[in-house]
Ligand binder design. Structure first.
Ligand SMILES: [Zn+2]
Length: 66
């Protein structure tokens, strides 16, 4: 099981294994998975990646925390 969440510093969508403790974002922020808000769950890494892509939308143009 994978979880999809937003980086607490830059707002990017990321995914990690459900049982992971933390996930380093490309911005350098180490997200504590016990503190992030889970926006989606996926059965496998491929699906998690697709969800992230969909949520990220324009990708490189993404910058707002909403
Ligand atoms: Zn980040």
């Amino acid at each position: 099981m994978f979880v999809v969440f937003r980086c607490r510093r830059c707002g990017r969508f990321l995914y990690a294994k459900r049982n992971a403790k933390s996930r380093m974002c490309v911005c350098g922020f180490k997200n504590d998975l016990r503190k992030v808000i889970i926006v989606a769950k996926a059965e496998d890494e491929k699906t998690a990646g697709e969800i992230v892509r969909r949520l990220q939308g324009a990708g490189t143009n993404f910058k707002s925390l909403g």
